[in-house]
Design a protein around this ligand. Structure first.
Ligand code: FAD
Length: 418
């Protein structure tokens, strides 16, 4: 097959093989979907694999909704906002805040599309905070026949349709739960030793509304603790960790202008909950990523196993981030059924070397019940993945019913979902 687009994902490690069509209206999208034998929706392209692409046939179409306007319609009575599918979280957040409203949580970057993020179970952090999909009250989705269906909370198909990997259709709008706008302060601490973490992991991860722990699995332990709090507080005694004296990036040598304000200064939620500012490149920009989400009860076992792998990982690791996500009921959510610890890896951008270490990580973590983040790099196939998701059979049945001809299928789904 020829490379017809030469357009790449954000990380630059995947060149889309299928033709990209920029849709002009929902009606145009409906016509495209009804006519094309194979279709996938393209979000903001922040996933790291061929998940989004169609690589196994020549006549696939990737539909991009970037030319459609971002609209945010607030309904104060139901405390929800209806937003368009391709909208980036950062743009939605700006409009919501201006109207006096807020979302309950955000991922580390505001650049990602709402539809693409919830499709892969994207999450932020916080003991009480579910993944971003848990805020989705309903979606409008164009099915294989080109018709728009609405799937709402309370419908039998809702728990299978939000985190659905683009396999059920193209989402044109989502209704999100909102709350009155609020302020957050962000405080970074440095130097939490392994012993302190092991003895106090519950207390540390509960110490703020959203907590991220950064490590390179060396003897330095947790090098940075990023705490995002909705209440004012004096500096904490964080088991030996000290408040950082200056603004820090979690990646060595990366420019600190791209991170959101630290130092305990209260400010609007949308300018503190993400780690990165909308107007800058998030993270390093030159990287790959993986993440495994495991039952929180197994957190210390995972820490021990990863510390043992530390020297091997060091050759390709930029940094590792530990976050918590509360349990939910979405069938393909990485936090389905139990609270999880997310172990995220920011790698160097070298596929060969990164994919060479992934089997060792999966050998260590999958037996603990770890589920790979759908949008990032992993090697497990459907045989290893299916047992991790108690409702995988229900999702496959939903897919058979909604898309029996696999109009929204691709090689990635064949490999991972089966
Ligand atoms: C720098 C960086 C930081 C990140 N930080 C986090 C983080 O903090 N937490 C986290 O969990 N993840 C994080 N991720 C991963 C990222 O959130 C996911 O890969 C997410 O899916 C990206 O959304 P997207 O719009 O770019 O989706 P794409 O990569 O474009 O698509 C992903 C999937 O969504 C589907 N999709 C997209 N749009 C639609 C639509 N309209 N209708 C139906 N399906 C659709 C696609 O078909 C595909 O299956 C990060 C990624 C990067 C690059």
């Amino acid at each position: 097959m020829t490379d017809v687009t030469a357009e790449k994902n954000w990380a630059g490690n995947h060149t889309y093989r299928s033709r990209i069509e920029r849709v002009r209206s929902v009606e145009h999208l409906q016509e495209l979907v009804a006519a094309a034998p194979r279709v996938r929706a393209l979000g903001s392209r922040h996933s790291f694999t061929d998940l989004t692409d169609i690589t196994d046939v020549d006549d696939g179409v990737l539909v991009s909704l970037t030319d459609l306007p971002t609209t945010v319609e607030v309904d104060p009575a139901t405390r929800t906002a209806r937003v368009t599918g391709r909208a980036a979280y950062g743009d939605v957040a700006t409009q919501l805040h201006a109207a006096g409203w807020a979302l309950g949580n955000l991922a580390s970057l505001p650049h990602i599309s709402v539809a693409g993020a919830v499709a892969t179970g994207t999450h932020g952090s916080g003991i009480e905070n579910g993944s971003l999909a848990t805020a989705v009250a309903s979606i409008d989705i164009v099915g294989p026949d080109g018709e728009v269906r609405t799937v709402s909370r309370g419908d039998a198909d809702h728990p299978g349709s939000i985190v659905s990997l683009g396999a059920l259709g193209v989402v044109t709008a989502l209704t999100l739960d909102i709350e009155p706008t609020y302020d957050v302060r962000q405080d970074v601490y440095t130097g939490l030793g392994w012993e302190s973490l092991v003895e106090n992991i519950e207390e540390v991860t509960r110490s703020a509304y959203s907590v991220s722990l950064f490590t390179r699995w060396t003897d330095a332990g947790i090098e940075q603790v990023w705490r995002k709090s909705r209440v004012d507080e004096a500096p904490l005694d964080l088991h030996g960790a000290q408040p950082a004296a200056r603004t820090l990036h979690m990646l060595e040598g990366a420019p600190t202008e791209s991170v959101t304000e630290q130092g305990g200064v209260f400010g609007p939620w949308l300018h503190r909950l993400p780690h990165f500012r909308m107007e800058f490149t998030p993270s390093r920009g030159e990287e790959l990523q993986s993440e495994y989400l495991l039952p929180r009860a197994e957190a210390l076992a995972a820490v021990e196993r990863l510390r043992a792998l530390g020297p091997r990982l060091a050759q390709v690791l930029q940094v590792c981030e530990l976050r918590t996500v509360a349990a939910d009921e979405h069938w393909l959510s990485s936090s389905y059924g139990h609270d999880v610890l997310g172990v995220h890896f920011t790698w160097v951008r070298d596929e060969e070397r990164v994919y060479a270490v992934l089997p060792a990580i999966e050998e260590a973590l999958l037996p603990l019940g770890a589920r790979p983040h759908w949008g990032k790099c992993f090697v497990a196939g459907s045989d290893a993945i299916a047992p991790l998701y108690p409702r995988m059979g229900d999702f496959r049945a939903l897919r058979d019913r909604v898309d029996p001809e696999r109009v929204f299928g691709n090689a990635w789904l064949d490999r991972v979902i089966g």
